[in-house]
Each structure stands twice: as C-alpha cells, then as structure tokens.
Design a binder for this molecule. Structure first.
Ligand SMILES: O=C(CO)[C@@H](O)[C@H](O)CF
Length: 536
C-alpha cells in the first residue's frame, strides 16, 4: 500500500444523542477522514433507542455514560485498524449534546490521571460515575425545579436576563437540582459535574476539563454577560455546586495537552493540544462559519434558527448563548416545533402530495398573498406557545379556509415571518452583509428559499451541514493552535468551502413584508392573549 503522505491535521469530535462521530481536517481545511459509532447499532448491550432510554414516566430521558465511554474506545480502535496516522494530529476539539450532565464519583479524578495504556477506557472508568444514567436534553421531568429556580431569582424574565434563557426542563441546573433532591447520596459522592462536552474533553485530557462559556450558557447557571456562575442560581439548585463545576473558561481555550494514555495507546504526539469542547449547536455555528449578522436556518422536522448577535435581548422565547468563536459576542437559538411535518401535511392536503405542485403554488401567488395570513401549529408550538391553525383575511378577520394556492403560500410566509419576528425580539437585525444559510431537508426547495429571501430581505445560501458540529470542532481546534495570537476565527477558516447562493430578495419585497410582519406580530399577540392571558 502506498505510504500515506504525512498529513498534519486536527480532529473534530461530536458526542451527539445517537452516535460518537469524528472527522479529520487537514491544513487546507479539507475533511479527509470520518468515522462514527452508533449507540443503538454498535452498542446493543445498552438497549438504547435513538441513543436514549425514555423512562416509564414518559418525562425522564437518560443515556448510560459508560456507553459514551465505550463508543470512544471502539471508534479509536476503528481508526487504528484503518491505519489512521495519529502522530499527525496537531490538536483536537469536540462537541457534545447540550444540557446533558455527567457525575464523576469521588476519586475518579485520580483514576483519570493514571489510566493504563494497556486497557480500554470502559474497563478503567467502570466505577468512576456516581450516576450511571445521565439526564440528557430530551428530559422534561424537572418542571418543579424550573419553577423553584425562577422563583429564587425573581421570575422567568429575570432568569432569562441573567442566564440567557428562562428555566427549561432540559437545562442542566434544573437537572442537577432534581438529582440533589431525589438522590442526595449520589450527589454527596460526586466530586465533579461535567456537561457531555466537558466530559468528553476530560477523557482526552486525562483530568477534569472545565465547562466552556458557550455550552455553559445552556445550564440556567452561567451569567452570560459576566461569564461567571450565578451564585443565586447555584444556591437555588444544590449546595457546594460551584466546587463540583469548576471555573468556566472561554470556548477558544486550550485546556491542556492530550493525556499520555492516548500517546502510548494510539500514537498521538505528546504536544497534541486539547481545545475546550462545546455544545453541538455552538459547534455547528462554527462549522457553518457564521459571522456577525448571519443567520442559519435548519429546515428539518423542527426548524432551528442560529443567530450571531452582538447585543442580545434575552426573552421568554429562545436561548442566548455566549458565542463559541468570539468571546465578546453571542449566539441565539430559536426552535420552531412545527417544521417539515407541517409542511408535508399541507403538501398532502393542498398540493396532492406533490412538492412540484407545492412549488407551482408558490410561483403562482404574489408576495404578501393578498394580505392573507396564517398560523399553522398542529402540535403545541414552542415559539410561541400556541396550538391550532388560524387564518386571517386582509381585514384581519379570522376565516376557516383559504384556496389551495393561498394556503400553501400562507404556511411558508407564516413560518418565515415568525422566524424573523422572534429573531428580532432577541436583538437580531438584518445587516447589509447578512447571509442566510439554509440547511436541512426543505433547503432543497428553491421556491421556499425564495420566500425566505423575500421575507428577510437578505440573500439565501445553502451549505452542507452533515458534519457541521464535527467540522466546526476541527475548525475550533485549528483556532486553538493560534491561541494567544488574536487571529480571528474567520481568518483561520477562510479556506473552507463556501456556501452556494440560491436566492436573492425580489425587488419590492421589503415594502411588502414590512407591513405584513407588523400585522403578523399583532395577530400572534392576539392569539397568545386568547390562549394564555395578557403577556408578563
Ligand atoms: O436541546 C437542544 C438545544 O437547546 C438540542 O439541540 C440538543 O443540543 C441536541 F443535542
């Protein structure tokens, strides 16, 4: 076999809900190696579905921490067997599913520093966790703890201003509070609490890695302006919590050199740097190379918006996180539950199940849809909390139905206007240099992207984000190599593949949607007041 040319590279890891994935990226920012281990398929003994266990109460959702540990053993052995040259790895970083938490048992830190290179990690860490089934982001069993936390700091809006989000069941502080309340012995035998991201970094480091600012923003514990733990939040969740969390660090920090375990067992160079791991969504923002004023719109089962913000306005909807690549800035995440499943329903009802019919309807109806507006929430929407289908005529009268073509445009315009209105509520503003990056299944429909460009008044690009969290982590590892030089992230990643322009705003679009957006916001408030009473 031809000798593999030496290829200096960085690794990007993603400890996600369903798998552990890795990519190797060379100095030209080309991905030349990728691999993954799927929990359900490759670690059957843990019996997960979609990487998790949904408990009988239907609310508690956990994943076995030793499954994550063993997945790393397997993927490294697969890389070794494939002949991957670990000696070329200059640095590595990674991502973890956000909000999940790992509970290291007293004494585990000593075990981490003394791993034998002759044995796999799973065997040596077997007894290192005080909680074996870790709460993950799909858990919604901590409503009581959320209310307690909001009460402790002066309400939902006060907590949002402090930590970037109101209390959410999946957020780590509330999960820790539940464990302290329901399993105080396990909590007392816990010397360190990690996020999934900092847990993974700890494995590579051979010691406890700190939580980074960006993923730490998903805990309802970190003051996102001062970047320190909120004493009020810590105190409301559990005692002696700060000593178990350690001090948070900037996401671009080099947290140390790789553990000798990996040098001796796999051949990593002793100087291989470990750059702080972060959450999967912040890592994806890095992988998509978002810059100030850009938006990424993931059009999937649920639609997710990633925003780059300089001056955030925390709200009762959405999440503000510290920015993973610029410590002075922020990012925001907005989730819209009624995404592709809703679009597919309307396609079946109003376009005979055909996307080409759906597109023809968008092509044959005018921007602004003659003033007709629709809200389509077949499941309880997250942003905002409304359910049902609500259609309004140009005179703001609620009507029971629209003609087929009008219905189709009303769905798409409504979904995209909601995105712009709630993005602006978080402090986002379209800038002259704004790019909208569209990803996910629906981003293959050019006519939908034309509506997106028209509603936002900005050009829409498509970008391959299949491995965005991994690739973003490898990019952040390269950025870590330049630590201390003040080289901006954008400079480090300028050689990466560029997104492809797909749609630009139709002339006159901003005039049409400026008025429509105001009506949409007013009608949304009307629906909200009908369902939940006057706003806070
Ligand atoms: O809860 C989420 C973000 O707030 C999810 O996107 C998880 O990060 C998925 F792992």
């Amino acid at each position: 076999m031809a000798e593999r040319a030496a290829r200096r590279c960085c690794l990007g890891w993603d400890f996600s809900t369903q798998q552990v994935k890795v990519v190797a990226v060379d100095a030209e920012l080309s991905v030349f190696y990728e691999d993954s281990v799927h929990f359900d398929r490759d670690l059957v003994e843990f019996g997960t579905q979609g990487g998790v266990h949904v408990h009988k109460d239907g609310l508690t959702v956990t994943s076995p921490v030793l499954m994550w540990v063993q997945a790393l053993d397997i993927i490294l052995e697969k890389m070794k067997a494939s002949g991957f040259d670990f000696s070329q790895v200059l640095a590595l970083s990674g991502a973890g599913q956000q909000h999940g938490s790992v509970y290291w048992k007293t004494g585990a830190g000593q075990v981490l520093t003394r791993l034998s290179p002759d044995l796999p990690l799973r065997e040596q860490l077997q007894a290192c966790f005080s909680i074996s089934d870790c709460p993950v982001w799909m858990d919604s069993s901590t409503a009581a703890q959320c209310r307690q936390l909001e009460a402790a700091v002066g309400g939902a809006r006060a907590l949002s201003r402090l930590t970037g989000s109101r209390a959410y069941e999946r957020f780590t502080g509330n999960q820790i509070a539940k464990i302290y309340q329901q399993n105080p012995e396990a909590y007392s035998h816990t010397e360190r609490i990690s996020l999934v991201s900092s847990f993974a970094a700890s494995l590579f480091l051979g010691s406890y890695s700190p939580v980074d600012y960006s993923d730490g923003s998903g805990m309802n514990l970190l003051q996102i302006q001062d970047k320190v733990w909120s004493q009020a939040c810590l105190g409301a969740c559990a005692p002696r919590l700060e000593e178990k969390l350690g001090r948070p660090v900037p996401s671009c920090s080099v947290v140390g050199a790789i553990s000798s375990y990996f040098v001796q067992r796999y051949g990593f160079p002793p100087g291989c740097k470990v750059v702080a791991f972060t959450g999967d969504n912040p890592a994806s923002l890095a992988g998509m190379r978002l810059e100030e004023g850009d938006i990424a719109v993931s059009l999937g089962t649920s639609d997710t918006l990633f925003l780059w913000l300089q001056d955030p306005t925390p709200a009762l909807e959405g999440h503000i996180f510290c920015n993973p690549v610029d410590p002075q800035h922020y990012m925001a995440l907005l989730c819209f539950k009624n995404g592709s499943l809703l679009r597919e329903k309307i396609r079946d009802e109003s376009a005979s199940g055909s996307w080409s019919e759906f597109s023809k309807a968008l092509q044959s109806t005018e921007m602004g849809n003659g003033g007709n507006l629709g809200f389509y929430f077949d499941v309880m929407e997250i942003t905002p909390e409304i359910i049902g289908r609500h259609r309004f005529s140009a005179e703001n009268h609620e009507v029971s139905a629209f003609p087929r073509d009008v219905e189709i445009r009303a769905v798409i315009e409504g979904q995209f206007m909601a995105k712009k209105i709630h993005a602006e509520a978080l402090g986002y503003r379209v800038m002259p240099k704004t790019k909208i990056l569209a990803t996910g299944g629906a981003s293959h429909n050019r006519d939908m992207l034309q509506v997106l460009a028209d509603v936002f008044g900005a050009p829409v690009y498509v970008i391959d984000t299949a491995n965005s969290a991994c690739v973003g982590s490898a990019y952040r590892a390269f950025h870590g190599l330049a630590a201390g030089t003040d080289v901006p992230f954008a400079e480090i990643v300028k050689l990466a593949p560029n997104p492809r322009l797909v749609a630009t705003p139709t002339p006159g679009a901003s005039q049409v949607y400026e008025a429509l957006l105001q009506r949409y916001a007013m009608l949304e408030q009307r629906l909200l007041s009908q369902t939940r009473g006057p706003p806070e």
